[in-house]
Design a protein around this ligand. Sequence first.
Ligand code: DLL
Length: 426
Amino acid sequence: MTYRFDRAAETLPRAKLAALQLRRLRQTVKNAYENVPLHRRRMRSAGLEPGDIRSLDDVARLHYTVKGDLRDGYPFGMFARPRETLARLHASSGTTGKPTVVGYTAKDLATWSDLMARSMACAGVRPGDVVHNAYGYGLFTGGLGAHYGAERLGATVVPMSGGATERQIVLIQDFGARVLCATPSYALAIAEVAEKQGVDLRKSKLRIGVFGAEPWSEAMRREIESRLGLKAMDIYGLSEIMGPGVAVECEAQEGLHGWEDHFLFEVIDPKTLDPVPEGELGELVITTLTKQALPMIRYRTRDITRLTRERCACGRTHARLQRITGRNDDMLIIRGVNVYPSQIEAVLVGLPGIEPHYQLVLERSGSLDELTIEVESGDPGAAERVRHHVKSLIGVSAAVKVMKPGAVPRSQGKAVRVRDLRPKGA
Ligand code: DLL
């Protein structure tokens, strides 16, 4: 029988899952109402009390929560437990203003470790594996999230964090890592440095990549798989909800299982804020079902996906999210055409003679946004080919700047894909 970290929970019949969700939703709403002024205010102004949530459909009567709410309550305003009782804080830097701070009770940390262990096992990690963890350690949830999940699973963790890439390559080989945890862009940077050093990591013991924290395309997956000789699995999560381990791919790789015993997933139309029918694309909204310190009611993730509850070949009963193509905030509008950076990536990666490293530069010319794609190639004639492919496959007109191989900045964590040089406030 295939290994599962928590077989009973992962294969819970859907009717039982729904009953569990309702029980936990009611507890969460009560916790939020009683302990977080913002949630109490919003529920009161909607004329709602916790007891009014009687079915899962009633979640639609609750208010949304957004990142700005966490910022406004900086640092601890949305915690449902006194700060003295928390075991840990994490924070995400964000590009503007104050960071968002999240807190965990000891029980929240235990739940997170369990879910991360479950997620890693779902991706193919097994007790006894050497897990090379190159997610950044620190305030970012990636490093410690993967660390405690791997330990909980019974793996041997190598707590590398990002950076010192040459050393990472030595230790991957010397310690016999079977699993690499990293952002996809950093995994690619590791592959590149290894190749430059004449090290063939395809001959190492690496078999599985647990990659996430940023959008990446199917083309990028194939590129990383062929250069590192492993199976690249997609893992999703966000600090406001927990950290990594909210959803993950299984061996079927037909979407990411979102753990419905701990989270309630909805997909909404970001303009009307109405839920969309199952299977349609929209913004992912998550309500936590078991968090003590930071219960989240209908958190708008800004991430674009679709949801299916069709049965998966792997036997797990939990809903699947389609790979996240991008965030609302990352969508570029170039001469009226909507495009996500990951769509451009899908065109670039795999074009012969073009390195899979790129940046998109946005500038304003008159009232129009102009896009320049910076790519690396040894062939100056590559510009025209890239321009042509992007235009014919996505319909976007972009200028292309061919740079020397190595000129696009490499990432050690989340890659910076867009440089926005447009005047502020325009
Ligand atoms: O990135 C948590 C994480 C760490 C996930 C390690 C996976 C692995 P934040 O820094 O709060 O948390 O950023 C969350 O990153 O809303 C998405 O926009 C994006 N994101 C995370 N995973 C994926 C993924 C961590 N697999 C934000 N695909 C989320 C696409 C992802 N985007």
